[in-house]
Write a protein that binds this ligand. Structure first.
Ligand SMILES: [Zn+2]
Length: 360
């Protein structure tokens, strides 16, 4: 199994598939699913949805999910395997996020399909543009999915970790408008949008606001030259909280602070808030958690329940009524050129898929 896993991992990371450019990898994965025996459709967004065991096998259907896209720099990946660890050549990411999930699901399906009992009722969802605001998952046709639960192989944590909660993420954007003037000839006629925006920014909390809440202003743009009183600044930030109401309320409070502070120097601020994704908290006695905990035991590990402050397709699935947890695939240092994938974790992830497909 190990060699086949490594070969398929190398094959798939070698296909260029940065977000928005998943057509080719989608085609390859669709063909692989068909070869295993699944019925496969590719939707308009490019999401690859597979089905097996419908009508023949017994049991509640469930979803196995991973995403096809990767962040930049993710083109021309040339993986190097040394001492049981797969890495990139150093100039790109490795794309173990989330090819490790894709490969584990394919390998687990393949191995169970080859047994005499065959595959249980299962749906596979391989999404596009997960890394760009969960774009593919947002465009899925949820009415076409039969499953009420999902296992998303997409956490950069050891195999055995089950992520059962994730925050609500609210983004905000402020357009701060002042008045332009020559900075030295008639500065008294100007209103600096930079000064106005800065007054708001220093009043906002950064980082951990409480145990379950973070805040950040991550983008500031504006200004053209040192001799111009800047008349326009854009601020972009976010609030995340496991408490959805708190996330929304804080973002609204921030909008208020930015507006009030801008007004004190005669500028105006227009602030918009937007829920990027909704959070979820799945109780650890939920059947979806119990089942994967059993599967993790079957591969000789113990389930470790964790919370994350990140988002994944699971946020969109849960918001659409599919109870979903996110599972560790064993990849490390994702979204960086130091990203790595221990071969032993790839094997464990594939075995976990197998266990999920064979548990009763
Ligand atoms: Zn990912």
């Amino acid at each position: 199994m190990e060699k086949a896993l490594i070969d398929e991992f190398v094959e798939l990371v070698s296909i260029d598939a940065e977000s928005g450019d998943e057509a080719r990898i989608g085609q390859v994965v669709a063909d692989k699913l068909r070869a295993i025996g699944l019925d496969v459709t590719v939707d308009a967004a490019g999401n690859v949805v597979g089905r097996a065991g419908a009508g023949t096998a017994k049991g509640e259907p469930f979803i196995l999910c991973a995403h096809l896209d990767r962040v930049k720099p993710g083109k021309g990946i040339r993986p190097v395997i040394k001492d049981g660890i797969i890495r990139s050549s150093g100039d790109t990411i490795l794309a173990a996020d989330d090819i490790a999930g894709v490969v584990a699901i394919l390998a687990g399906l393949r191995s169970v399909a080859a047994t005499c009992s065959g595959l249980p009722p299962v749906e596979t969802v391989f999404t596009v543009s997960e890394e760009v605001r969960l774009g593919g998952a947002r465009q899925l046709d949820y009415s076409s999915l039969k499953s009420k639960s999902a296992y998303i192989f997409d956490a950069s944590r050891p195999v055995g970790v089950v992520v059962t909660s994730s925050p609500t993420h609210v983004g905000f954007e402020a357009q701060v408008t002042g008045r332009a003037a020559h900075a030295a000839v008639n500065p008294q006629d100007g209103v600096s949008a930079i000064q106005a925006a800065a007054r708001g920014v220093v009043r906002l909390p950064f980082g951990w606001v409480d145990d379950h809440t973070t805040a950040n202003v991550g983008v500031v743009t504006g200004g053209t030259a040192t001799n111009v009183v800047c008349d326009r600044v854009t601020l972009r930030g976010e609030v995340r909280s496991l408490n959805a109401a708190r996330a929304v309320k804080l973002a609204q409070d921030f909008a208020q602070v930015i507006s009030v502070e801008a007004a004190t120097v005669g500028a105006e601020a227009e602030v918009t808030c937007d829920v990027h994704y909704h959070g979820y908290v799945i109780p650890s006695d939920a059947p979806v958690v119990q089942k994967v905990a059993k599967a993790i035991e079957a591969i000789g590990r113990s389930a470790v329940i964790e919370s994350t402050m990140g988002g994944s397709d699971g946020n969109v699935f849960n918001a659409n009524g599919i109870t979903s947890v996110v599972l560790g695939t064993g990849c490390e240092s994702v979204h960086s050129t130091r990203e790595s994938m221990p071969v032993s974790e790839l094997v464990a992830a594939a075995k976990l898929v197998e266990a999920l497909l064979t548990l009763n």
